[in-house]
Every structure is written in structure tokens, then in C-alpha cells.
Design a protein. Sequence first.
Length: 263
Amino acid sequence: MVYKFGPNEQCLRRCRAVVPVILRAAEQVTSQGVRVLFEHQDVVRPLMGWWQFTNRTAQALVSLYDQGYTVEAAPLMRNLLGHSYAMNWLADSGEPAVVALTDYWNEHRRKLAQNVNETWNLPEPAPAPSEDPIVFANPESEQIHRRLVGELKNFDTMVKAYGTADVYPVYRHQSAYSHTTGATADAFLIVDDGKLKFTTEPKGGEADITAERLWIPVALLQAAAAISPLLVGNPMKPTIEKAMSDLGLPPTLLNLQRTRPLI
């Protein structure tokens, strides 16, 4: 029997049951030690770190939701969604994406070191990565690099590259609770008969959590589907296939394909 995936109580119950199964399978894979195909070693290195981050973020989210937190958990949901999607991007784009990720991370570290050195009176300047320019084999390689860095810097650009622009509104909604916007204030304010009142618990959070609990297994499955084929034996495949069937999710949800070419 195939179940319909959506914001209904039956699906929510199944999502609650599936998430621990995915996390246990991932923990079993990593605890036994993974073997990586030689040609994928450089890609798997950052992928493995992101995979651990997504799994632990999902665990944290479930814990917060179970304790009654709602809008306070939105920044973690945003991280989960963004990282699971970026894992697909990294696995799909391969070595050039690893170079783009390294370049972007080095840029961040240089800016941080500059900020520290300009504002803190340290005995020695904070170290920063070299600014040596990347040497590209040809103009096409440089163009690919610039596009990949742009996708990594801007989640909207990344999802559009895969023809899934409809994902971005979810991410943007969560971003409103990740920054100092009116959303984080309004969640605790109530206007009743012309009078302003305050609440110690955010209003309307339960509806958001119902929808976001559905996103947790989707993000975990996308993350697992990105890294598993690059490991010897594709160890997460059985878990992914069963969870997809149990939740009634379409195969097109995983292994997203570019609709916007790199060059």
C-alpha cells in the first residue's frame, strides 16, 4: 500500500516513525567505518562532514519539537534544509564543487581574520588563508567555478539551477526566524480588542511544526541519497528505498538533476 505524503495526521505519524530508522541506519554505516571509491575520495570528505551535521541537526530538531519549541527551532530547520540540498549539489557537481567550497570557505576565513585584526588588539595577527589565485585550465573551468561559488553563496540560485525554485519559499520563511526580523517579535505579540498583549509561547507555531516535521525525513533522505552511492556497497540504499515507499514519496525527490547547465 502506498501512502499519500502530505500535511495529514497519518503522514505525520509515519514521519515520526521513519526519522529514527534513517538516523539509526546512518549511525550504523559510520560506526562500522566507511569505504570510499578512490575516484570519490575528495568529494566524500566534505560530504561526510555535512552528513553528520544534517543527522545531528535532525536529532536536535526532533528533541526541540518534542519539548514544545516551535519558531525557536526554525534556524535549525533552515540549516537542515540548506545542507541536505547542498549535499546533492556537491555530489552532483563533483571535484569542481569541492574547489568552489574550499574557495568560498577560505574567503570567509580571510574576512573573519581581517575583522579580528581590525577590531581586536591581539599580540599577533590572526592567521588567514593565502589569497593566491586559483589557476584554471581554461576559461570554461573558470566559468564553472564562478557559477558554483554563486550557487553555494545563494540558496535561491542553487535551487533554481535544479529547477526546484518552489523549495526557496520554505527556506525564506525559516530565514525570517534566523535573523532579527519582525517575525521573531510578532510570534509573541497579540492584539486583542485593540489592546497589545504578550505571550510566553509563540502563537501559531504548531501549524509550522506539523509541516516542518514532514520536511525532516525528506531532508535526511536527500542527504543519505547524495552520499550513499559514493560509498562502497551503497549502504543506505535499502533504508532509503523502504522509507520512500513508506512515506509515499516520488523517486524524483532524490538525486536532483540540473536544469541550468554550468556552462
